[in-house]
Design a protein around this ligand. Structure first.
Ligand code: MN
Length: 235
């Protein structure tokens, strides 16, 4: 068999640890909408609703190694680019209809990610009942730090998730405020799609989402998982 074009490279994310060449190959990126109560409310929700999902293309990842500052190009078509800091689950073992009770056995590791959003286009899409592809799934819309193996992560209900812009606090919450837990999210995603090794799941953002512009530096952090620094630059 031969391809008629040069096959595109596989998107990858660095892995935290001693081997600088180790990478995690990305298959798909699933994202959970409105998974923290106070963010549901700030987006006009009731604070309780079933989780819903959307996707970003695998090559929307903008991988950034720990200690480095990634460069994200300010996207076209928007004047209201928002940050959403999120815990990212990296799937190591696939499956479908995975019960929540055994879901953590499918997790390879965790990372901190930012679900960058063209909020103005998303608001228009919501109003018109249109899909979110242009508001969520654009190039470089998924900055992500190194993936740390699950056994090396220290995650519990009190684990702090935060994002600063230019050293000012914007988002600050704890993982225990997730409405749907990581095992429950894996169960629900795998009920709709067959999860594959290499899938990433962005698990939703806490309150405090806000606008950023060219020149701003975003510093995201999840204690016990990792950190991520990104600066917005001109296209
Ligand atoms: Mn999000």
């Amino acid at each position: 068999m031969s391809h008629v074009l040069t096959a595109p490279p596989i998107a990858t994310v660095p892995v935290a640890g001693t081997d600088p060449d180790a990478t995690f190959p990305v298959h798909r990126i699933y994202c959970v909408g409105r998974n923290y109560v106070d963010h549901q409310i700030e987006m006009g929700g009731s604070g309780r609703e079933e989780p819903f999902f959307f996707m970003k293309p695998a090559d929307a990842v903008l991988p950034v190694r720990e200690g480095e500052t990634g460069r994200m190009h300010y996207p076209s078509l928007t004047s209201d680019l928002h940050h959403e800091v999120e815990l990212v689950v990296a799937i190591g073992k696939g499956g479908r209809d995975i019960p929540a009770e055994s879901a953590l056995a499918h997790v390879w590791g965790y990372a901190v990610g930012i679900d960058m959003t063209r909020r103005d286009l998303q608001a228009e899409a919501k109003k018109l009942g249109r899909p979110w592809c242009t508001s969520k799934g654009f190039d470089e819309s998924a900055p992500i730090g190194a993936i740390r193996p699950a056994a090396e992560c220290y995650l519990n209900a009190a684990t702090v998730i935060s994002l600063d812009v230019n050293n000012a606090k914007r988002q600050h919450s704890v993982i225990g405020k997730l409405i749907w837990s990581v095992p429950e999210i894996i169960a629900k995603v795998s009920a709709a799609w067959t999860l594959q090794p290499g899938d990433l799941i962005f698990t939703g953002t806490p309150e405090g989402v806000a606008k950023v512009g060219i020149g701003d530096t975003l510093a995201a952090r999840i204690d016990g998982v990792g950190s991520l620094r990104v600066q917005l630059v001109e296209r």
